[in-house]
Structure formats: C-alpha cells, structure tokens
Design a protein around this ligand. Structure first.
Ligand code: F6R
Length: 373
C-alpha cells in the first residue's frame, strides 16, 4: 500500500492532484503540440487538406462533446475569420441524429480527446456516410476516430488522468487555431503579415500560460475561499470569450458541484440578470477587445444590482473599477486569448473543488470517455 501511494505521488510529480499537475503541464504540452503543427508538418497536412482540397472547402462543420465542443466553438469563429467560409460547431449527440443538410464542399472535423466518445464517433460516421470529407483531432494515438477519419491530427498533451479536462482542451484549441491559419494560408484568405502575427501569438502562448499560472494561482485560491459556500455562479463572455466562459462554468460544475451557467454577456440582460444577488457571483472573461466597453458596462450593471464580479482580463484601472477581483492575463491577439483566459478558470474550479472537499480527480457520476448508445 505504501509503495502504491509512493508510486501515485511520483506520477503526480509532487502535486496533490492530477488536475493541478495537468494545469501546470500546459506550457510544456502546448509548446510540444504547437511545434508539431506549426514548425513541423502543417496542421492542414495532418488533417488531410492539401492546396487543391483547400480550394474546394465551402463549409466547415465541427462536432464534439463537452469540453471538446468548447474548443470547437472557438475554432468555428477562427475558421470564419481566417478562412472566410461558413463554419458551425455542433454538439455531436445532436449532429449524429440531425446532421445539417448535406452540401457539397463540407469538411467535417471531429474533436475528441479520447478519440472514443461514442457520440462524436457516430457524428463523424454520419458525416462520412453522406460523403463528406472528415478529419479528427484526438489526443490518443491510434484511437478509433483517428483510424476512421480521412485525416488525423494528434494533440501532444500526454495522458490526461483527471476527469476534468484541462491540458487536452488547450492543446485542442492550439491545434485548431493552427489548422485555421494553415487552411487560410492555402486558400490565400490570410495575408502574410496577419499570418505572421497570429503564429507569433500562438508561439508566445506557452510562455504566457506559464506567467498566467504564476500570476493567478493565489488569486484563484483566494477567490475560491471567498465563494466556497455559494451554490450558483454565472460565467459571462463575448465573442471568443464566450466559449471560454462556457468552459469555466463546466469545469466548476464538474469539480465542485456548484451550479454554474454561462451566457454571452450581452444576452445576460435579457432575463438571467434577475437572478443576481450577493450570493450569485459572476465570473467574467473580459480581455482587451473591440467589445470591452460593452462587457465593462454589463459588469457595472451587475455590481449595481449587488452582484460580485471576478474578472479574467488585463490588470488595468477600467477593469479594476468593474470587478471585485481580477485574475490577470497579458494582452495577446484576440484569437489566441482563449489559451490564456481558460487557465485561471481551471485554477478557480480546482480551488473550489479543494475548498469544498470534493474528489477533485474523479468527480461523481463522470468517466473519462463517455461510451455507449
Ligand atoms: C469535461 C470533459 C468532458 C469531455 C467530453 C468529451 O472536463 O472532460 O466534457 O470533454 O466527455 O470527451 P472527449 O474529448 O474524449 O470526446
């Protein structure tokens, strides 16, 4: 028994939980994943897209479940922005039974850490059955989906033991952004200077993620201690920040069992704001962006109604006036921002789970891959 404990502790590399270890591994695994998709073989190549096929793509349909679907929501925006074609992000359990009407030139990308999630596999198979070209992004070499799809890109996050996905998700986002850049380059929809600055933003991300972990670990712990007993949280974001907010809410639900709901922050005024009180904290993704003033106005409104605001964003006086607590992230290109903003929310969920005495690495009712039906 003592030996087993020692072995377990060894594999946690001194961290009390796998989830925390995996959060801390992100700078390293992001660097490795980015090196393979940017400096190594291009992401498009791995996904089975060459220059000729890139010209034929008229529409990208992304399918996934849970955290992987949040990566798809980020990628959907990036494909529309960088490739200039329509892109959708569907929940695989819906898509498998109600796929979009088949259209020529549809490229379907299935995203799944495990590569075995039944709904995602079946969604990919449904797309194949109507003749769409398919690709898979998976973290597991040789996984079923990677074997069945027309092209496969492997993220290099290493084994993820904690049920709550952290490093696998940020690696998926990095790979998908690299794929959107690569397809944009092949279709010539992305000019060279924008491409260079995006690649630079991605290459800076691992170092910035390390800085974010260092800067936010204590604040996340303090925030969790201040809100340990609260049972209902809202997470808000706009644009690229909205999927990040969704991911933050999912992490908090899974690990701490607190109720958490995410909204696009503009939509929050259309009903849910009625629930704001001193006992319903709001976690907001509020980086510098074109819409920042709108987010700040939403946050001020919430505070006037008695809500407490925890904001993820650049540490500056405007944000400080609109939030009770800031989880600071550095400035970066808006498209790369989710890689940084996801991290303090992972830490917050982790600290809430610890503060509430939950079984951090293996929450109740959950398993690492959802199989069957
Ligand atoms: C949440 C989480 C799940 C998975 C989902 C899909 O932390 O891990 O929501 O993301 O079950 O799993 P994969 O990516 O293996 O298909």
């Amino acid at each position: 028994m003592a030996r087993k404990m020692e072995k377990e502790d060894d594999s946690k590399r001194g961290f009390p939980h796998y989830m925390l270890k995996e959060i801390h591994e992100q700078p390293e695994v992001l660097e490795r994943t980015l090196a393979s998709v940017i400096q190594g073989t291009s992401a498009a190549d791995m996904l089975g897209v060459d220059a000729a096929y890139a010209q034929k793509i008229q529409r990208v349909e992304l399918v996934a479940c849970g955290t992987s679907w949040h990566a798809a929501l980020i990628a959907r925006r990036a494909f529309e922005e960088l490739v200039g074609i329509p892109a959708t992000a569907d929940i695989a359990s819906e898509y498998r039974d109600w796929p979009h009407r088949a259209r020529e030139g549809t490229w379907v990308i299935a995203i799944t850490q495990s590569g075995e999630t039944t709904d995602t596999l079946e969604a990919m198979r449904a797309a194949k059955a109507v003749g769409h070209r398919t690709a898979a992004i998976s973290n597991v070499q040789g996984s079923t989906i990677a074997r069945e799809a027309d092209g496969a890109l492997y993220t290099l996050a290493g084994t993820e033991v904690a049920i709550a996905s952290t490093k696998a998700c940020t690696c998926q986002v990095a790979a998908l952004l690299a794929a959107a850049i690569a397809v944009g380059r092949l279709r010539k929809s992305l000019d060279a200077s924008r491409e260079r600055s995006l690649v630079q933003a991605l290459e800076n991300a691992p170092r910035q993620v390390k800085a974010v972990i260092d800067a936010t670990a204590d604040v996340a712990r303090e925030a969790a201690r201040a809100h340990t007993t609260e049972e209902s949280f809202f997470f808000l974001g706009r644009g690229y920040g909205y999927p990040v907010a969704r991911e933050g809410a999912l992490k908090l639900k899974e690990t701490s069992y607190a109720h958490a709901e995410a909204y696009p922050s503009g939509e929050f005024r259309h009903g849910p704001i009625a629930l704001i009180s001193g006992r319903t904290p709001v976690v907001a993704v509020a980086p510098r962006s074109k819409q920042r003033d709108k987010i700040l106005a939403n946050l001020q409104d919430i505070r006037e109604k008695g809500g407490k605001v925890i904001a993820v964003g650049t540490q500056d006086p405007e944000l400080a006036r609109s939030a009770d607590r800031i989880l600071p992230i550095p400035e970066t290109d808006e498209i790369a921002m989710p890689l940084l903003a996801a991290v303090p929310l992972q830490l917050f969920a982790y600290e809430m789970a610890v503060a509430r005495g939950r079984e951090v690495d293996s929450p109740r009712n959950l398993s690492k891959a959802v199989l069957g039906n």
